[in-house]
Design a protein around this ligand. Structure first.
Ligand SMILES: NC(=O)c1ccc[n+]([C@@H]2O[C@H](COP(=O)([O-])OP(=O)(O)OC[C@H]3O[C@@H](n4cnc5c(N)ncnc54)[C@H](OP(=O)(O)O)[C@@H]3O)[C@@H](O)[C@H]2O)c1
Length: 267
């Protein structure tokens, strides 16, 4: 099998927010697309959920033979959480002859969507949101790219899990929209700077996850709230598995323009 064909090669895959929702589905799919000798690093705060996924992937039916799965309990809102994720990735990959480094920056939070932009007067509150949702994604990416520098035979792919909110303003979603827009631009800059790195911002569509439930119950803007409630009531939410499959298709085909924002509905 060629590593540019039906699989991602012997890879180190780091997935943030792998304990539930979209990140979990992505981790499962990646485990099926890598070659024996690969390493999958699962990062989140809920280590029990990560361990449950690790156990699931170890079952023979999961087909992950020859795959090392490492759980990293880390709060990515904290500097030491980012460091822990990097250190664990370096240790896990040390003995493996990795030919592909895949980082999926998936972890994120919705922020307070119960208020308008003009109510955000406390810098500490805004900083705290941006620290986790923007800064940690850049710092984790930068640290991993340094830890796995350019060398012959090593492919490097960085995915930013984005949103329609990166390109579309939604009332009462100022933190989330700003964070997603900033992340998209960060990864566009990275793609400009490093042509050898494959960079993708993927908007996964409206997913049936905990974040979506939170959005349904806490969004203040009445039109936005109605739109989100309709998606749910009309059965128009997508499953994480369906959306992750589209992301895998993009990664396997490897034809996307590096740095681009690709929406699930474009795939
Ligand atoms: N749901 C949607 O409709 C939708 C639409 C467009 C884009 N997205 C994007 O898709 C991605 C996944 O969303 P989701 O719906 O699956 O969300 P979710 O169900 O809320 O899951 C979020 C994940 O992030 C992790 N996380 C949260 N805070 C963390 C922290 N401080 N440190 C480390 N990990 C943290 C959570 O794990 P722990 O709590 O265990 O730490 C969890 O695994 C996000 O980037 C989101 O913005 C979602």
């Amino acid at each position: 099998m060629s590593s540019s064909g039906g699989d991602l090669g012997r890879a180190l895959c780091v997935v943030t927010g792998a304990s539930r929702g979209f990140g979990r589905a992505v981790a499962v799919d990646l485990s099926r697309l890598v070659r024996p000798g690969s390493v999958l690093v699962l990062v989140a705060r809920s280590v029990d959920d990560l361990r449950a996924l690790q156990a699931e992937l170890a079952r023979p039916e999961a087909g992950g033979t020859g795959l090392t799965v490492k759980c990293v309990e880390a709060d990515l809102a904290q500097t030491d959480g980012v460091e822990r994720a990097v250190k664990a990735s370096e240790e896990a990959a040390a003995a493996a002859e990795i030919e592909h480094m895949v980082l999926v920056n998936n972890a994120a939070s919705l922020g307070d969507v119960s208020r308008c932009a003009q109510s955000f007067t406390r810098m500490a509150e805004v900083d705290s949101y941006l620290s986790f949702n923007v800064s940690s994604a850049l710092c984790l990416t930068a640290r991993l790219l340094q830890a796995f520098p350019r060398r012959p035979g090593l492919r490097r792919t960085v995915v930013n899990v984005s949103s329609l909110c990166a390109v579309q303003p939604y009332p009462t979603w100022v933190l989330y929209c700003s964070g997603k827009a900033a992340r998209d631009m960060m990864f566009r800059v990275l793609a400009e700077e490093e042509p050898d790195i494959r960079v993708l911002s993927y908007a996964p569509g409206p997913l049936d996850t905990a974040m979506q439930t939170e959005a349904r119950s806490t969004t203040a803007d009445p039109k936005m709230k109605q739109m989100i409630s309709d998606l749910f009531a009309q059965g128009r939410l997508l499953s994480c598995e369906e959306s992750s499959a589209k992301l895998m298709k993009l990664l396997l085909e490897d034809k996307f323009t590096s740095g681009s924002h690709v929406d699930i509905y474009d795939v």
